[in-house]
Design a protein around this ligand. Structure first.
Ligand code: UTP
Length: 408
């Protein structure tokens, strides 16, 4: 884009302060800032003024799950189907590790966090060990795609290299960066984090497939003949990755996607629930549900909306490609955004001072025709690390790991 065009675009969108900042820069600075501005999706930035236009939900109905008792009965069959798919090279895994882990308060990649007590046990290490359980059984490796962001890519790659990929073969691991999104103040003005850079942050965990495509990593998926991708979060240290029983059950069900779910601890638990919305699978957040829906019960007394997602999904690559160009919901989220003030001083606010724009992987579920809701036992498969202490913390995850026989 030519310089005058670039400056006009900024003015058209009411960003005169960025024009001013740009004009103060030397050629190198101008080039850097211009490249960031050119990548801005203005339709997203404009959503800051329409935060109140939260999406109306369609008609919600319960979606029954394949429950643990049923899975146990057919476990051998499902596992065989899953292991066959893995051995045929049809299953890949995608680790979403582009987040900033702000609640944990550690700078750098969350996967580098050491959760050990008597020895070093890194989050990434735990995840790779979990995956190795499966690959040992299958007798072959599963391609692992690791999503990072500009904020943590180099550190993540260097850490894997330093730790010899935790025993996983390097040729089966590929890193790719997710997109970054700008942040704005409550009036929609772009924030800057330094004289020649906008305040950019990872655009949420929902853009992973788009990022796989634009970075070229999808070519590897296709070249290897991978038909299913298992998407999982960095912070659940107990999760089973490329779980053959889950893979087998999903294939056997004929569904084009699958989601691991846990039974809600109580009706009010703050967890996204997998259900049907206008006849299609959908994940509805706890704050989007009415009291009536939250407390609704089936004839047998069970909660109608009883199963919450744990960010472990299985998607068919063919269907992912079909929906790749569909627009995803952009979530406008109030956050604390570091910025430089008019004197060029970096300010780290104590309370939210603007909006970030995020895409969420849970919104993808509604783009699929169907989804197998697959129940897992919380204590065996769900130990998320979001906070330092308390609920979903390093402490609670350690206790669950120890309960499952993991030495820390
Ligand atoms: P969370 O929503 O818990 O966010 O991410 P977070 O960034 O890790 O932590 P907080 O909210 O700042 O404390 C759930 C999963 O999605 C990934 C995270 O790395 C984690 O595996 N994620 C999140 C991304 O890959 N990219 C993002 O932009 C955001």
């Amino acid at each position: 884009m030519k310089e005058n065009e670039l400056l006009n675009v900024l003015k058209e969108h009411g960003q005169e302060h960025i024009v001013e900042a740009y004009q103060k820069l030397d050629d190198k600075g101008k080039e850097k800032l211009a490249a960031q501005i050119e990548r801005i999706d203005w339709s997203i930035v404009e959503m800051a003024g329409h935060k109140e236009l939260a999406q109306e939900r369609g008609k919600l109905e319960p979606l029954s799950a394949l429950e643990v008792t049923e899975i146990e009965k057919n476990k051998a069959k499902y596992e065989e189907i899953g292991l066959d798919a893995i051995r045929a090279g049809k299953v890949g895994a995608v680790l979403l590790a582009g987040g900033q882990g702000t609640r944990l308060g550690s700078d750098g990649p969350k996967g580098k966090y050491n959760i050990g007590l008597t020895k070093e046990v890194f989050i990434f290490e735990r995840l790779i060990r979990n995956l190795l359980d499966v690959t040992d059984k299958a007798g072959c490796f599963v391609p692992l795609y690791v999503m990072t962001s500009d904020k943590n890519h180099d550190e993540t790659v260097a850490f894997f290299a330093e730790k010899d990929f935790f025993g996983y073969p390097e040729e089966f691991v590929k890193f790719f960066k997710q997109e970054m999104a700008p942040s704005v103040d409550f009036q929609g003005k772009l924030y800057m984090e330094s004289a020649d850079s906008l305040s950019l942050s990872p655009n949420g965990n929902g853009g992973w497939f788009y990022s796989m495509a634009v970075t070229g990593v999808l070519k590897d998926v296709k070249a290897r003949g991978v038909e299913w991708l298992n998407i999982f979060a960095v912070d659940n240290v107990l999760q089973r990755i490329a779980d053959p029983v889950f893979v087998g059950a999903t294939i056997d069900s004929g569904c084009v996607s699958g989601a691991k779910v846990v039974r809600k601890a109580d009706p009010e638990e703050k967890i996204g629930v997998l259900c049907l919305e206008d006849g299609r699978p959908s994940i509805v957040e706890y704050y989007e549900m009415t009291e009536e829906i939250i407390n609704s019960r089936e004839a047998d007394g069970e909660l109608s909306y009883n199963f919450g997602v744990i960010l472990n999904y299985l998607f068919r690559v063919e269907q992912l490609e079909e929906i790749a160009n569909q627009k995803m919901t952009v979530h406008v989220v109030e956050k604390k955004i570091p910025f430089i003030d008019e004197n060029g001083t970096l300010v780290k606010p104590e309370s939210p001072n603007g909006y970030k724009f995020e895409l969420l992987v849970l919104d993808m579920i509604h783009m699929f025709e169907n989804c197998l809701s697959y129940e897992v036992v919380r204590d065996y498969e769900f130990a998320p690390i979001k906070n330092k202490t308390g609920v979903d913390s390093v402490e609670s995850a350690r206790a669950l790991l120890q309960k499952n026989g993991v030495e820390l």
